[in-house]
Design a protein around this ligand. Structure first.
Ligand code: GLU
Length: 282
């Protein structure tokens, strides 16, 4: 028993694509980074389909994703998709509301952007907040749930997170303002759902692209408020296209499925991406 207690926790990583569009090279890279980190440590690699993006979400793409990963030669364990976990998002949102850490807001993005910025006692410029007006109002119609970032940070205390490259980072999500944790049209925001799911899935090493580095400030504070276990993070470098731009679905980079259909060798592509990983040092 003592030996089991002394042994380090197994590494559990995950790839968590949203079926909003087909997977491209950047996704393949991200999946390989997560897969290999787990496999090298004798751990587990999970696939989680993040399918709660309303009309933007096309669940039928999930099958394409599985075929893409298989084509790349990856093996994974699939955990329940986000659409099956709505009750846990609602319970967490209620908990934050009951503690006075979140409030309902009916503003549009445009209205929020037009609010005057506020300067805190430490000189930090917060984005405008409607918490004084929206918070106490109990209007009708769809409302988002926003975290009261001042209260949330006070309640969380100083919390730190550890990234493979950046080292120890003090969580400071103020740049997000009173960040939305439940969208008007959806049962959760990305921040709340991913944070809860990573905890529920026992993820010990969150691997994702460095474009999501800043989001981790929000996630770390949510973990502190919701008493969730704290993983480590590995924000890998992004694959850039020939113009040095991030490879994004919307910019028309060829999806993996098109390469697959045209007879490209997925295993060879995976090896090229591994070589890139080594060269890029990520
Ligand atoms: N569903 C998110 C995406 O596709 C994943 C974010 C994450 O890995 O935390 O961008």
């Amino acid at each position: 028993m003592a030996a089991a207690m002394d042994s380090p926790l197994p590494i559990v990583t995950r790839f968590a694509p949203s079926p909003n569009g087909r997977l491209h090279l950047g996704h393949a890279f991200s999946a390989i980074v997560a897969h290999d980190l787990a496999m090298e440590a004798g751990g587990r690699f999970l696939l989680r389909i993040e399918d709660i993006d309303g009309p933007r979400s096309h669940p039928e793409l999930a099958d394409e994703f599985r075929r893409d990963l298989e084509w790349l030669g990856l093996e994974w364990e699939e955990v329940p998709a986000q659409s099956t976990r709505l009750a846990s998002y609602e319970a967490a949102a209620d908990r934050l509301t009951e503690r006075g850490l979140a409030y309902r807001c009916r503003c549009t993005r445009k209205q929020i952007a037009a609010l005057p910025r506020r300067t805190g006692s430490d000189g930090f410029e917060y984005s405008g907040s409607c918490r004084e007006t929206c918070g106490p109002a109990d209007g009708q119609g769809p409302a988002a749930l926003r975290l009261d970032i001042d209260r949330a940070m006070r309640a969380a205390g100083e919390v730190v997170w550890v990234d493979a490259y950046a080292g120890s980072v003090i969580a400071d999500p103020r740049e997000f303002g009173d960040v939305v944790i439940v969208r008007k049209d959806l049962p959760a925001s990305y921040h709340l759902a991913a944070t809860l799911d990573d905890a529920a899935d026992g993820v010990t090493l969150v691997t994702r692209g460095s474009d999501l580095f800043d989001s981790t400030h929000v996630h770390r504070v949510l973990q502190a408020l919701l008493d969730l276990p704290v993983p480590d993070w590995h924000h890998h470098k992004l694959i850039l296209d020939d113009d040095g731009e991030k490879l994004a679905k919307r910019r028309g980079s060829p999806p993996l499925s098109a390469r697959r259909d045209s007879g490209d060798d997925g295993l060879m592509l995976a090896e090229q991406l591994r070589l890139h990983k080594t060269e890029a040092g990520t």
